[in-house]
Write a protein that binds this ligand. Structure first.
Ligand SMILES: [Mn+2]
Length: 590
């Protein structure tokens, strides 16, 4: 697929010159810092050496004092507390964190995760009825609740108090809760606005520790949960989130809680010890990164909520015994395998439908429907189809007599607006710019498919249908050496707001070693291994790998010039470590 390379702004300027002098780094690294908003020595020091003491005072958050007083009163009187959160990763990690912290303080406490199908996202009437029937008088709602105005008044009518810890944008009115913790409140002066829901939970327990003079070390065991939520909820890894992510990764890599260790074990990220040692706990084969949390841990925690019950995820996350966690993790892994199977099957069927219908080729949208697809995987299938065809996509199935499903978008196109424009044909819809949910009566499917295509066709800019790769800088290969990489590595943890730097190098050739690797039936989908070099200088050859870019093999083998965009990474093989370029895209120079 053709991709557009968009190079960010960079160049020599005062800040770059000053940074490279003060830090003793070259101007490429100094530019990368400036692009990330770091312009002086102290900023760079904070960036490269995060410290937990740089976390903000939790009492800067509006209502934190009220929340702590109310929790303390509940603890003193042994009042029944219910911790409430969504079934996704952010919700279940938040619940696990606050629940286990308060449980350790001998709270009279339980937790509640709403059922995805019966109750949906957020605070539910069923949940409040449950709290009422079981005599809970304080509910701590995490990662949700900021818009549950009527539900919280309903709870109040039974004498149930709510504390809300959310990170979603509030509406015009706030719910009538004892405390509403949300940095996005207009009247909240908290300096960092991008915490995850679990991050808000962390601020809550940090405040409790601070108020009652418990040492900060009390909070260390919870940092692994926070980094999992940051990764899975795709919040920016900047400011306070970056500090939490940095120390959370340290904790996961050195001493993860049993539940996370068990998930990593069943998903084969951990190397197993030899069989003469009678347990299977092993050491990590490499340092785990944010990507591992996004692609390995997150989907497994989510799978439980998608196909069964989010309660399983919390049970796993709070487990204190590795043996018990292993049983739960392998059950969750089975659910994830089931989810993967359903999702692969539905994706294959959807791709076949698209290929079988020649009208799709000229369309600006993809809308596919199959009543047999599982409702829990239509969102993932929509994402996969968007990766394949790069246009606004709706994937639909049948549920409770309606056609229902998920929409995904391409960069800069608001799919929510496009769906809103079709609202006359819909029963329900909701969501945001890049992802939305919708449902309609069966007889409206054809009209919706047509109207959605027409609306998108009228409003989309053609350039939006070409995927974009953001490039940090153009460099020559001579820039890349072990010292450069050693500093580059310290830009991690990477994520939104601080992505792993992408470089562009123009006018390269292969040194004559290019070969195809991989076992795909379609050779064009196999990988390229090559060594790149500037044709006008014999030094600085760089080994490189280009996954699924076999289509460029013959032109590169013929000696044609090409340009690449890539990450610089370390490759460990047979005990030796070398630098390698991980090529994201290639353009042959005609
Ligand atoms: Mn969240």
């Amino acid at each position: 697929m053709l991709k557009r390379w968009v190079v960010k702004e960079y160049g020599e300027n005062e800040a770059v010159t000053k940074l490279s002098r003060e830090l003793g780094i070259d101007s490429v690294l100094a530019n990368l810092l400036v692009q990330r908003g770091i312009t002086d020595f102290n900023g760079a020091k904070r960036f490269f050496r995060p410290e937990l003491s740089h976390l903000h005072d939790p009492f800067l958050m509006k209502d934190m004092d009220k929340a702590i007083d109310r929790i303390h009163r509940a603890l003193e009187t042994k009042e029944k507390i219910l911790v409430y959160g969504d079934y996704d990763v952010d919700g279940t990690t938040a619940v696990a964190l606050v629940y286990s912290f308060l449980k350790d303080l001998n709270a009279n406490i339980d937790f509640y995760i709403p059922d995805r199908y019966a109750e949906g996202y957020g605070v539910s009437y069923m949940g409040i009825d449950y709290a009422c029937a079981h005599n809970y008088s304080l509910v701590i709602a995490l990662d949700c609740g900021i818009k549950a105005i009527e539900k919280i008044s309903y709870a109040r009518s039974f004498g149930i108090d709510f504390i809300i810890g959310d990170h979603h944008r509030p509406g015009d009115t706030l719910p009538d809760a004892v405390a509403v913790l949300d940095a996005k409140r207009a009247d909240c002066a908290y300096p960092y606005k991008e915490l995850s829901g679990c991050g808000v939970g962390f601020k809550l327990i940090q405040a409790y520790c601070q108020q009652y003079n418990m040492p900060f070390e009390r909070l260390h065991p919870y940092l692994d949960l926070v980094v999992v939520s940051i990764a899975a909820d795709i919040v920016p890894i900047t400011g306070e989130n970056r500090i939490l992510a940095y120390f959370g990764l340290k904790k996961i890599n050195s001493n993860p809680r049993p539940g996370l260790e068990a998930i990593l074990q069943v998903s084969n990220v951990l190397r197993r010890k030899p069989p003469d040692i009678n347990d299977d706990r092993g050491v990590f084969t490499r340092e785990l990164t944010i990507s591992d949390l996004v692609f390995v841990v997150g989907p497994r925690i989510n799978a439980a909520g998608r196909l069964e019950s989010g309660r399983n995820s919390v049970e796993l996350l709070i487990s204190t015994s590795y043996e018990e966690a292993k049983v739960l993790a392998s059950a969750i892994n089975d659910i994830n395998n089931e989810r993967r199977h359903l999702d692969n099957q539905a994706t294959t069927e959807a791709l076949e439908m698209i290929l079988a219908d020649p009208t799709y080729a000229s369309k600006k949208t993809t809308v596919v429907y199959n009543p047999e697809w599982h409702k829990g995987v239509v969102g993932i299938v929509a994402s996969r189809l968007t990766d394949n065809y790069y246009r606004p996509t709706v994937v639909l199935t049948k549920s409770n007599g309606l056609i229902t499903g998920s929409a995904r978008s391409v960069k800069n196109f608001d799919v929510y607006d496009a769906i809103d424009a079709c609202s006359d044909l819909l029963e329900h819809f909701g969501g945001h710019t890049y992802a939305a949910g919708l449902s309609m009566k069966e007889e409206n499917l054809e009209a919706f498919t047509k109207k959605f295509e027409r609306i998108v066709d009228e409003s989309i800019d053609m350039s939006m249908l070409v995927p974009e790769i953001e490039v940090d800088m153009e460099i020559r290969l001579s820039t890349i050496n072990t010292r450069f990489y050693r500093i580059l590595k310290q830009f991690a943890p990477f994520g939104p707001g601080n992505m792993s730097p992408v470089f562009l190098t123009n006018g390269l050739v292969d040194t004559g070693v290019v070969r195809l690797v991989g076992k795909n039936e379609d050779p064009l989908r196999n990988h390229l291994k090559l060594t790149v070099i500037h044709p006008d200088e014999s030094s600085y050859p760089q080994p490189a790998i280009a996954f699924q870019q076999g289509e460029y093999y013959s032109k590169i083998a013929e000696g044609q010039l090409f340009s690449i965009v890539y990450h610089v990474e370390q490759n460990e093989w047979n005990g030796t470590t070398t630098l390698q370029l991980n090529i994201k895209d290639i353009k042959i120079i005609p």
